[in-house]
Design a protein around this ligand. Structure first.
Ligand SMILES: Cc1ncc(COP(=O)(O)O)c(C=O)c1O
Length: 387
């Protein structure tokens, strides 16, 4: 056993002692908004497949068709021989979908944020980096090595105060936030944020991982309803799009810079044809899914009303992500375990993912949940918390 192995074992033992050991559990498909686990079918309130597209036949078929026609792998990075006509065609479709000059594909949203934010900071290391307190872990990875000036979550007054306090300092300004926050389901006030960014000559980086496909004109995200406000918009195809991969959209100059300076793009093999085919099919489907988006919004309104009527805090949620905030980590874990007995899968989210005292169930709704599914969930949460 190498010395490092002993450190790994010690670290794992510490995780065990804190009761925080996580394990991978195999999960199978179990029908619309259902999944199979350990021989049982559960109603799934944990996945991010908001439009129910992950098992859509058109996505699976086109993915298979492009793999059969173009191959299983791309063979090299995009700048060497990895760029196919299909990459350029899909990127042109994404740019049109987002109303942007240009777009670039990445293998995942995590990799994109980690690589793209780092590349922006590299262009001007004296950049003042303003970040919402609740930005995703991948954005922290991108900001590594740089001081973040963090504003209270979605508190734009606080952001303005911080920007004003540094008005005399040198260096460009960069604001990083999300359109829909993954643990709270609340959204940013993009019109006001845009005005603040303009007033302070700040570049606005917007993560639309949870907004893409769900919000905005044709599901193009919140930014689609506020053209020109964000300088850079990223999103992922792994959630509402039901497939995999991620995009960054913005000006031609921004995308050209990333092609030339973003290490996570340059030194990574080009996304494979199967991924491109799946995204291409989802781009055919998503803009036409206004009815599914309306159903999803209605389900959220109904669930929040049911939980509020029972005195359960759902925070500032206004989207398909509804937290049921219960307080202590042990309470959230007990509630999730109880719901699993009832046939309902809902993830318990605890510190450090959320602040202490705000442990919760993160309820992720889908257009394919029925009204009865939502009522059953609300009934069981209310009954279990009343015990
Ligand atoms: C806000 C946010 N950004 C980025 C990501 C990463 O996206 P992906 O799952 O495609 O890696 C996630 C995924 O959980 C997310 O919630």
């Amino acid at each position: 056993m190498a010395a490092l192995d002993r450190h790994l074992a010690t670290a794992l033992a510490r995780i065990d002692a804190r009761d925080e050991r996580r394990r991978l559990v195999a999960t199978g498909a179990g029908g619309p908004a259902r999944l199979d686990r350990a021989g049982r079918t559960l109603i799934d309130f944990s996945s991010n497949d908001y439009l129910g597209l992950a098992r859509h036949p058109l996505i699976a078929e086109r993915s298979a068709e492009w793999a059969l026609r173009l191959g299983g792998g791309s063979g090299a990075s995009r700048l060497v021989t990895g760029t196919l006509d299909a990459h350029l065609a899909v990127e042109a479709r994404i740019a049109a979908f987002k109303g942007a000059e240009a777009a670039l594909l990445f293998p995942s949203g995590w990799q994109l944020n980690a690589a793209v934010l780092a590349a922006l900071m590299k262009a001007a290391p004296d950049t003042l980096l303003f970040t919402d307190r609740l930005i995703h872990a991948s954005l922290h990875a991108g900001a590594a090595g740089h001081r973040q000036i963090r504003f209270r979550h979605n508190d734009l007054d606080h952001l303005e105060t911080l920007l004003a306090a540094r008005a005399g300092e040198a260096g460009p300004r960069l604001i990083v936030t999300e359109s829909v926050f993954s643990m709270d389901g609340d959204r940013v006030d993009l019109a006001r944020l845009g005005a603040i960014a303009r007033a302070h000559d700040a570049f606005l980086y917007l993560d639309e991982a949870h907004g893409t496909g769900v919000l905005g004109r044709g599901g193009a995200g919140l930014s689609a309803d506020h053209p020109g406000v964000a300088d850079l918009v990223m999103g992922t195809f792994s959630k509402a799009f039901g497939c995999f991969g991620a995009y960054v959209a913005g000006s031609r100059a921004l995308i050209d810079y990333l092609v030339n300076a973003c290490g996570g793009f340059i030194f990574s093999t080009a996304p494979p044809p199967a991924m491109l085919g799946a995204i291409d099919a989802a781009l055919d489907l998503v803009p036409a899914m206004d009815e599914a988006r309306a159903t999803l919004a209605t389900r959220g309104v109904h669930l929040r009303a049911r939980l509020a009527a029972a005195g359960i805090d759902t925070g500032a949620s206004s989207t398909q992500i509804v937290p049921a905030i219960v307080g202590e980590a042990s309470d959230a874990l007990a509630l999730a375990a109880g719901l699993a007995e009832d046939g309902l899968l809902a993830a318990a989210i605890r510190p450090p993912t959320v602040p202490p005292g705000t442990s919760r169930l993160r309820l992720a709704l889908r257009a394919t949940h029925t009204a009865d599914d939502i009522d059953r969930l609300a009934d069981r949460i209310v009954a279990r918390l009343a015990r």
